[in-house]
Write a protein that binds this ligand. Structure first.
Ligand code: MG
Length: 385
């Protein structure tokens, strides 16, 4: 029996993970749940899974949650950064699924690592911001970081047991998002509603916008570079609109291993939760005859400026990815709030990066400071647009 705490339980990854857990009651139990402020859903999750503790963003939300819970519930309700850290480090759990959205996932994930939990990592921002430090802490604590991002789960599986010197490059696939076929002129007028229509994957709104700008793929290059200790120059991005090949690894003998499957996040989630085993998921089989052809295209870096900026940040390393990520979060939020246009997202990110004085990333405190600086700078830039 594996006891799992879920950070970000009401989000897209969190709810899929709870489906996997609910279908496998002899394998998994839920020790803790953490959410932002969707207490309607969190209440149902608590009453169904009866975790030891649950945490929400602030005291007011915690009080409202506590009031709404069935009197038979014994779950301790916590709140704020302290509450998130408590849920991440519960003595009874062996694994933490880190699935919060954005930079907010960093500190709770570190708390999980420091308290000796294996981490199923969906929160790519943690690795983008502080990859080297986080991985060093995981190694020191003797815990595993298991990727949940579908591409990274695919790469992880293709790379398993292969000596790194045999690896030529990693090939990350991208669906291309909803705007793959649009011209750059069309992009100037797209709305949040247009950008939220992802062709293949059901995801939260932040990551769906990131897919539309292709920033998501850029963040994934940084994530892959760190998780698999490989230079950014050995990671290719290819557009693959069918989202059937989840990523590939090219080896020195010319062999290319690809990981294929239906686009359903339950597959990489279950792989991370049950690692090193596999569990049956009863999903519809991949219909090889029905799926038609698989196609691959190079990404257009002029159209998808966010991807170009992320690749540049990947090459520069240090604090560049921290600034990229923080600035992007602010720009996406502003776009979703209809305060800026779609093409303003890369503008804000680029202008923020240009005003930043690059540093080597040495400590978590420094990274958080740079993150805050970049947010403030980007907010200023949003306001003058
Ligand atoms: Mg992904």
């Amino acid at each position: 029996m594996k006891n799992i705490a879920i950070l970000g339980s009401t989000g897209s990854i969190g709810t899929s993970a709870l489906e996997v857990i609910a279908a496998n009651p002899s394998r998994f139990t839920v020790s803790g749940l953490a959410a932002f402020r969707n207490i309607t859903l969190l209440k149902d999750q608590i009453e169904c899974f009866r975790p030891e503790a649950a945490a929400v963003i602030d005291e007011e939300t915690a009080i409202a949650l506590e009031k709404s819970l069935d009197t038979s519930v014994r779950t301790e309700v916590l709140f704020g950064p302290h509450g998130y850290r408590e849920v991440a480090s519960l003595a009874g759990s062996q694994m933490v699924l880190s699935a919060m959205s954005g930079a907010a996932g960093l500190l709770p994930t570190l708390a999980a690592i420091d308290s000796g939990k294996d981490v199923a990592l969906a929160n790519k921002e943690t690795i983008v911001m502080a990859g080297e430090l986080v991985l060093a802490r995981a190694e020191a604590a003797g815990v595993r970081i298991l990727p949940v991002d579908s591409e990274h789960s695919a790469l992880f599986q293709c790379l398993e047991g292969r000596p790194r010197e045999q690896v030529l490059k990693l090939i990350l696939t991208a669906s291309g998002g909803p705007f793959f076929k649009k011209s750059i002129d069309d992009l100037a007028s797209v709305t949040p509603a247009d950008a939220l229509k992802h062709p293949n994957w059901e995801m939260g709104s932040k990551i769906t916008i990131d897919s539309a700008t292709m920033m998501n793929k850029g963040l994934e290059v940084i994530e892959a570079m760190r998780l698999f200790s490989i230079g950014a120059d050995r990671i290719d991005v290819v557009i693959h609109p069918q989202s059937i090949v989840h990523s590939m690894v090219a080896f020195n003998d010319g062999a290319l291993l690809a990981h294929m499957g239906v686009p359903d996040m339950k597959i990489p989630i279950a792989y991370a939760l049950s690692y090193p085993g596999r569990i049956p998921l009863f999903l519809p089989e991949l219909d090889l005859f029905g799926m038609g052809s698989l196609s691959f295209f190079p990404p257009d870096l002029d159209k998808f400026r966010c991807l170009a900026l992320a690749l540049e940040a990947a090459r520069r390393g240090g604090t560049a990815p921290v600034v990229l990520n923080a600035s992007n979060e602010i720009a996406v939020e502003a776009f979703l709030g209809k305060r800026i246009g779609f093409l303003d997202i890369p503008r804000i990110v680029e202008d923020t990066i240009q005003t930043h004085k690059w540093e080597e990333a040495k400590t978590i405190e420094q990274i958080i400071e740079v993150d805050h600086w970049a947010r403030d700078k980007s907010k200023e830039l949003v306001n003058v647009l």
